[in-house]
Design a protein around this ligand. Structure first.
Ligand code: SF4
Length: 441
């Protein structure tokens, strides 16, 4: 239902920085604001107040967040800050004493309180006019589904646990209900996100809840089974290669879950992994990946890696490159290590010079381009399912099952002018480069 508006409805502008998890937080805040009768302003000048949802992960992201707060203050003047950097109120108020309020990550109640204080809600809020599926910032045909907050791991380079706390899983029936509502609202692809998707439910001892006449445990396998029943694309992000991930491989083989795993490996050298305080069992992981690929030959693995971690030697780095070639990681993001204020790794000896980080980053990206190029060219002549993201006079742009939005490649369909976003079509692939494909329908 279209939401009625009034001339007097107070307007809130939103600046959303950071990762998909922060985007989900922004969506929840917007849903609450709209439910209370606020309007969302498209720019600073149309807004009575601006909310900045910040990221505090890397020092560069912190700087970007502080700059965004400064810009919002200059352009609008009334600014409330939330999100990861909001956990460090002093950092924000020292640089920007003019902000009205600062709240931390996923503190929805506090954000709403701050908004009420500085921009009262309309007298007669339009209740029940927000769709059940909430307000989403992603296009209508795909949506992020956040299954938990926080993380029980303590990777030495990461301050997310100190910002977002320990793992707190949402109950499985609530997650599946949200997923069903999203599907009913037209979503064709769900992207499951968290800090550690495979740890889902550990904190609540896998508590069971009834969903659709059956008891389901709050655990990774039951979640995937429930999502796999929805009949839409389900893509898993931030999964760790624990043995129980094997449980979803049959669901990928029979098409219930997309043959795609986003696994943030970060490195492959045992020395570096130990210094990162992450499990160092790359050999076992290689065997596991081989077994997965035997059962699901089209499985696409995306990962992220850090080069130039303190203490990383040339030998460690070569080990990483060899492992990448053996594991054939299809899509990879690579970050040059950056010290993060408050992270244990900032104090480690053996900090790697910037020029060495750059050189390793380039070698990593060259190898990754070769692996990706080989996979892409192997697709020529095949017919793939493609979900359409955009359509214009020149054709349609979509993604294969191996491509997540924003981070992976695209499929260009020159004769797809009649398609619409959210359509899933069969396209014959005619050309490819390292990251993108071209095809016809
Ligand atoms: S798994 Fe490690 S890197 Fe990821 S959020 Fe948890 S502590 Fe941070």
């Amino acid at each position: 239902m279209a939401k009625p508006t009034t001339l007097s409805a107070p307007k809130v502008g939103i600046v959303s920085l950071g990762c998909p998890k922060a985007l989900v937080d922004s969506e929840r805040i917007i849903t609450r604001l709209r439910a209370e009768g606020y309007q969302i302003a498209p720019d600073y000048h149309g807004a009575d107040l601006v909310l900045v949802n910040t990221c505090g992960f890397l020092d560069s992201a912190r700087k970007e967040s502080l700059d965004a707060i400064g810009e919002a203050l200059n352009e609008n003047g009334k600014v409330i800050v939330t999100g990861c950097l909001g956990a460090e109120k002093d950092v924000i108020t020292r640089e920007h004493p003019g902000v009205l309020a600062v709240t931390g990550p996923h503190q929805y109640e506090q954000v709403m309180e701050a908004v009420h204080t500085h921009l009262p809600a309309p007298d007669h809020p339009f209740v029940a006019l927000v769709p059940d599926s909430g307000i989403r910032l992603t296009p209508r045909h795909y949506a992020y589904l956040k299954i938990s907050e926080g993380c029980n791991n303590r990777c030495s380079f990461c301050i997310i646990p100190s910002l977002r706390g320990d793992l707190a899983s949402r109950r499985i029936d609530a997650v599946l209900r949200e997923a069903e509502q999203l599907r009913d609202a037209g979503v064709r692809e769900l992207l499951v996100i968290s800090q550690d998707t495979s740890a889902y439910g550990l904190d609540v001892r896998y508590a069971p809840y009834e969903w659709k006449g059956r008891l389901r445990e709050t655990r990774f396998r039951d979640l995937c089974e429930g999502l796999g029943e929805l009949g839409i694309w389900v893509r898993l992000h931030y999964v760790y290669p624990y043995p129980h991930v094997d449980d979803v491989i049959p669901m990928m083989a029979d098409g219930r879950i997309l043959p795609y795993l986003d696994i943030p490996f970060q490195h492959a050298s045992a020395n570096v992994l130990r210094a990162m305080r992450r499990p160092a069992n790359e050999e076992k992981t290689l065997k596991r990946i081989e077994a997965w690929r035997r059962d699901v030959p089209d499985l696409a693995i995306r990962s992220s890696f850090i080069v130039g971690f303190p203490g990383e030697t040339e030998e460690d780095f070569s080990r990483l490159l060899d492992w990448m070639s053996e594991a054939k990681i299809d899509r990879a993001g690579c970050f040059r290590y950056e010290n993060v204020t408050g992270a244990a790794s900032a104090d480690l000896p053996g900090q790697v010079p910037e020029e060495v980080k750059d050189e390793r980053w380039k070698r990593f990206m060259e190898l990754q381009a070769q692996i990706s190029d080989k996979r892409s060219r192997g697709m020529i002549g095949r017919t793939l399912d493609v979900i359409i993201d955009e359509v214009d006079d020149e054709g349609a742009v979509g993604r294969s099952k191996a491509d997540a939005p924003e981070i992976d490649g695209t499929v260009f369909i020159d004769n797809g002018q009649q398609l619409k976003p959210g359509d899933i079509v069969r396209a014959r692939i005619t050309d490819a480069d390292e990251y993108d494909l071209w095809g016809d329908i």
